[in-house]
Design a protein around this ligand. Structure first.
Ligand SMILES: *Cc1c(COP(=O)(O)O)cnc(C)c1O
Length: 459
């Protein structure tokens, strides 16, 4: 039986409809940088699934009656109760968003000379490891390097490489192992419970702390119930609890799987570490019972965390993404297999084989999606991960030229996604018409947010 969303639409927001000349003008004005495009010129916004989910009536009811007391507000207690129910962590802190959680935890748990090992560090996570004076190393499993492989858990860390790193000459410098669930940096692929248990065992053996970056803990839990042996009969809540029980702590952006516009959390077991986190939190984020979050968002999180683990919701969201993936494949576009839940990662390098990496195929496809259909999305290829010389020429390309179509939660219907697949199909009919791009300005720090480019006219 086909699944359906366990909710109906009660409040809607109009989306902008534009003409091709308007889009050409807007994108050129933005220096061909998607982050500089005004949202009122975007029809379908697949730039991110962060803070873009539709809130429920129950979330808004909570927000309307939120308690803004500075210390010990009712909203804080509801927030904590919801998080405790899933994570069972003794020390929980609210923070305004995920990167603040990273900064607070890493400035205590890491430090100069330390190393953070991960399946893949998310971009702000890597930046915060480095800002803490430490080094971030990714150890993804071998299957992740094959975009077409349908291995069910391509988000896993390579346990052999992890053991080697922990037992090798740099082992004593490892300050933490951080596992991102799901692995957003590598195709939104899930991590298996067996892999998490393997990490736990190695961390115990070598006396290293094991943290989760749990932004998409619910979607990872769902995929475990669907793909991992022994988990078919478990609920997503059971799986989430088991995952958190394995870790010494977590950071989680609550803009993803808590379906809140803003918010994040830190959880730790160790009382000393908790005290240190609390001191930094109070000095830089806010008092421990709000930590930079507004009371309305504490309430939206408290309710969102209950809604997100509903198996009907997760099943339908996963099926909608899988259906979208089928349409995209039928349109002649390959994706990172197998399709995850929060987005599709298009293989732009394969769709535009005539285009060298120096023309930025991923970015070129993202621009074409906008010009052709008003669809906004982000490149994950050489523009984002490559290295450049002083004249902004590409020196080292990224291993893959990808484009991420993130799918906001509860926001777009299947008709919207069918439209996106139609636009892709029309681009895929004449891929050689897609023009190349050149970088005209690239700052050192956070390049992809601030780039400027120009289009190379087709000869
Ligand atoms: C979004 C995200 C973060 C950062 O969270 P923000 O709330 O955007 O600051 C960290 N890690 C992962 C895996 C994420 O998806």
């Amino acid at each position: 039986m086909k699944s359906f969303p366990p909710y109906r639409v009660q409040v809607v927001k109009e989306i902008p409809i534009t003409t091709r000349p308007e889009r050409e003008e807007a994108l050129s004005q933005a220096g061909y940088n998607m982050f500089d495009l005004p949202a009122n010129k975007v029809t379908i916004d697949l730039l991110t699934d962060s803070g873009t989910g539709a809130v429920s009536a129950a979330q808004e009811a909570g927000a309307a009656t939120a308690d803004r007391s500075y210390a010990g507000s009712d909203s804080w207690f509801r927030f904590r109760e919801s998080l405790e129910e899933i994570t069972a962590f003794p020390h929980l802190f609210p923070v305004h968003q995920g990167r603040a959680a990273e900064r607070v935890l890493f400035t205590t748990a890491l430090g100069p000379g330390k190393i953070s090992l991960s399946n893949t560090h998310f971009d702000t996570t890597r930046a915060n490891v480095e800002l803490a004076g430490a080094e971030a190393r990714d150890l993804p499993c071998a299957e992740a390097a094959d975009l077409d492989s349908r291995d069910p858990f391509k988000g896993n860390i390579d346990l052999g490489a992890l053991e080697q790193a922990l037992s090798g000459p740099d082992g004593a410098r490892v300050g933490q192992v951080l596992i991102t669930i799901t692995n957003n940096g590598l195709g939104g692929q899930p991590v298996s419970m067996a892999n998490l248990r393997g990490v736990r065992e190695l961390c115990d053996r070598f006396g290293v702390r094991f943290f989760l970056d749990a932004a998409r803990f619910a979607e990872n839990s769902w995929l475990v119930t669907q793909r991992e042996e022994g988990y078919a009969g478990k609920t997503p809540l059971d799986v989430a609890r088991e995952a958190f029980a394995l870790a010494d702590g977590f950071v989680a952006s609550l803009k993803k799987d808590a379906i809140s516009p803003m918010g994040a959390a830190i959880g730790v077991r160790d009382t000393e570490l908790a005290k240190q986190c609390e001191a930094i939190l109070i000095a830089t984020e806010g008092f421990r019972t709000y930590g930079g979050m507004g009371a309305h968002d504490l309430e939206r999180v408290a309710q969102g965390l209950r809604e997100v683990l509903d198996p009907h919701y997760l099943r339908n969201r996963a099926e909608e993404t899988a259906q979208f993936a089928r349409l995209v494949n039928e349109a002649g576009v390959d994706i990172v297999q197998p399709a995850g839940v929060h987005g599709l990662y298009l293989n732009a390098g394969r769709l535009l084989p005539h285009m060298p990496a120096s023309g930025f195929p991923g970015h070129a496809l993202a621009c074409e999606l906008y010009l052709e259909g008003g669809i906004r999305c982000a490149e994950l290829g050489s523009l984002y991960l490559g290295t450049f010389d002083d004249d902004n020429n590409l020196i080292t390309p990224a291993p893959f030229e990808l484009v991420r179509l993130a799918i906001p939660r509860r926001t777009y219907t299947s008709a919207h996604l069918e439209y996106v697949a139609d636009v892709l199909a029309s681009i895929a009919k004449n891929p050689e018409r897609v023009p190349e791009y050149r970088v005209t300005y690239a700052p050192q720090l956070l390049r992809h947010f601030n780039l400027k480019l120009r289009q190379v006219p087709r000869g």
